[in-house]
Every structure is written in structure tokens, then in C-alpha cells.
Ligand binder design. Sequence first.
Ligand SMILES: Cc1cc2nc3c(=O)[nH]c(=O)nc-3n(C[C@H](O)[C@H](O)[C@H](O)COP(=O)(O)OP(=O)(O)OC[C@H]3O[C@@H](n4cnc5c(N)ncnc54)[C@H](O)[C@@H]3O)c2cc1C
Length: 399
Amino acid sequence: MRIRGSRVAVVGGSIAGCATAVALARAGCEVTVLERSRGGLRDRGAGITLPASLYGELLDAGYLDSGMRVLERPELIWLTRAERSAEGRVVGRQPYPSIMASWALVWRGLRGQVPDRDYHEGAVVTGVRQQDDGVGLWINDRPAGTYDAVVGADGYRSTVRPVVAPEAAVRYAGYAVWRGDYPADRGADGPQSPLLDDFVAVGFHGGHAVFYRIPDAGTGGFRQNWALYGSVPDDLYPAGAAPVPRGRVTETTATYLDELITRELPPVWAEAVRRTERHELSINPMYDTTVSRYTKGALLLAGDAGAIARPHTGAGAVKAIQDACSLERACQEHKTWAEALAAFDTARCGAGNTLTELGKHLGRMRIADSPDWSTLTPADFDAWLHANTHGWRSAYDPT
Ligand SMILES: Cc1cc2nc3c(=O)[nH]c(=O)nc-3n(C[C@H](O)[C@H](O)[C@H](O)COP(=O)(O)OP(=O)(O)OC[C@H]3O[C@@H](n4cnc5c(N)ncnc54)[C@H](O)[C@@H]3O)c2cc1C
């Protein structure tokens, strides 16, 4: 089956879905994007960091818009709580050139490259079947035709993944990331630090919190964005270890977070979290998934529908866009789906699984076996940082 002129459905219209739709349209395919949610995803995201080393590549490939507002930071400054210092003690500086971006702006840039007539909201793909004449899809439990190829870009609980890699399991890693963001000028009368403008991680026993500013997708100003990694008591999840989206965090859960930050963070950073209003909070459990293959027949996986890597790797959105770049390259270099998908599988399956393993390793170093921050010397910090990345050749967490 030739690629040019074929009909392809993309399940999921977030970062991976829009990016692969762009890749496939460039390869001459007729693309249909099927997105479960309605009303646009634009208002639901917060901050993402992109490794500066990959940013230029994604701009050159046309997947990121050179006009998109971003902030650039050269290093990640690690702090910990200290007596008599509202800001905390700087333990060390990790060279980590990063681009701070708004999830909404990245998504909007990609979504803008997909014609509205090809993007269908409220389309829940409920069934996927390989057939002799292509891939059959069911939308909202009704047969919805056959496609020459189908992309599973439907995120961590993918409907397409079990058809491609039935053995792949989504495993809860035992901790979560609490997230929040708000206009950066909120609370200007509270405790201040020049470091609030930097890329900062605050280490504590059993976790750490990361702070950075991002462009505000709505106002042209900036937002204070933070993410705190640590364990969450099971009884605070309303439905098992499942995400708690914005607007659903209960008062009891918010009180638990307040006690945690009061105990573990220096006052400046505790206050930076406390300024977040309850409806701006969310919790995302950490999951790991490796997959045996990225393609099967005329099906392929992209983004979090493939391997899932914890956010310590800084890989989520970039990995999804790299999957799209790789698909575009495979479609340019080969004429048939069989050849292109074999090349895509070789390029992306190993890369995805390696990132999953890197995420587990970083989770061990930073959460399960976190150092004793209170006594950490600069030499200890250097040794710890080296152990974080030693043996891992990844552009996502260079040290
Ligand atoms: C609304 C939203 C906000 C996010 N905000 C951030 C953020 O601020 N920072 C960050 O680092 N990461 C964020 N992420 C996650 C980040 O986008 C992903 O981890 C990464 O970019 C990979 O993207 P993805 O497209 O593979 O998966 P996802 O972004 O999870 O997208 C999967 C998409 O598939 C759709 N879908 C799922 N099942 C079906 C189905 N059966 N039929 C049709 N559609 C389906 C979902 O509605 C979703 O839009 C966010 C994701 C979403 C959906």
C-alpha cells in the first residue's frame, strides 16, 4: 500500500495527535484527527520544559513556531530548606539549558497547522480492528469506516496500544506530581526572592519541587509554574491512583499539600505553592510503560500511547513531536506503509523504552533514594548529580 494518497486516522488530538497529523499531511496523506474531548484542549495545560539542544531542531522541522513566546534558562538551581533562610540554601547548580514553554501555546501552534475540517471533537474511538481491507474504527460505539493506516496518539490510557502491544501494562510508580500555575504577579507583597525568576528545584526527604515561569497563553504576561513530586496517601485519590484534574482537588487534599509544603519547603517556596488557588491544582500519578513494538500491520503508536516516561526526563511533549518528525522522515524515505512503519518502529521503539528506564532511574535517585539534603555538601551534590545521569546518554537530562 503506497503512502501518498492514503487515508489515515489519528486517534487523539493533543500534542502527538496534531504533530503526527502535520507529518502525515506533509507525506501526502488524507488525514482525519479524532479527539475525544470537546471545546478545545487549550485552557487545560500548564508549563513544559524543552531541552534547549532539541529546540532548534523542532523549530527547523516546522513543528514549533519561531514566533511562540518562550523563556530560556541555562541551569537548574538546587536548593533545600535551611535554618534562618526564607529562600533556603543553594546546594548546587546543574547545567541544564532549557526552554520554558506554555503547553497551551505549543498545542495551539500544532493545532493551527491542522485544518479544522480534518479535526473532529467529541469523537471517542471505542474500537480498533485490523481487517483485510485496512483498519476498522468504531467511534462512540458505532462502526466508522476503514482507514489505510491508524495512528494511536491517544495518551497514557490508549485504546490503540493494546492492539499493537497487548503485553504493555501501565504501572503506577508509587508517587505523583502535584502541579499548579497562576499569574506571576500574584502575591507581589509576599516573601520574595530573585530566584523566583530562575529554574529551581527544592529537594526534601522523599521528593522535590520544581519552579519556573512560563509565558501566559492568554494575557501576554507570565505565569508562575510549579510541580511537586512526592507520595500521595492512597485515600486522597478519589478513584485509585488516577489523575485528579484541575477543579477536582478536594479541600482535604489541599490541606494535606499545605502541611507538606509547610514542613518540607523553605518559606519562599512554600508560599509560591500556597498562592495557587484550589481550582488551579491538579495531581498526576507517575506511570511507567514500556512496549515491545510501536507498529503492527497498519497501526502505529505516538507520544504517550507508546512508551511512557516520567516527567523527570523532560521528555513528554518533545518525545511526542520527535515521534512525528521520525514518522515524516520514514514516509519521505519509503514509498510503502510496510517499509515506512518498519523504519519508524526501529527508530522510536528503543528510544521510547530507554526514556521509560531513564525516568525510573531518576525517580529512584530523586524520590525513593533521595539524598539527605540537610547535610549535602557541594562535593556530595556533584557525586549525586553524576549518579543521576551516569551511563545514560540522553539529550533530555544532560549534566
Ligand atoms: C489537556 C492536557 C493538558 C496537558 N498539560 C500538560 C502540561 O501542562 N505540561 C506537561 O508537561 N504535559 C501536559 N500534558 C501531557 C502532555 O501533553 C503529554 O504527556 C505529552 O505531550 C504527550 O502527548 P500525547 O499527545 O501523547 O498525549 P496526551 O496529551 O495525553 O493526549 C492524548 C489525547 O488523546 C485523547 N484521547 C484519549 N483517548 C481517546 C479516544 N479513545 N478517542 C479519541 N481521543 C482520545 C485525549 O482526550 C487527549 O487529548 C497535557 C495533556 C493534556 C491532554
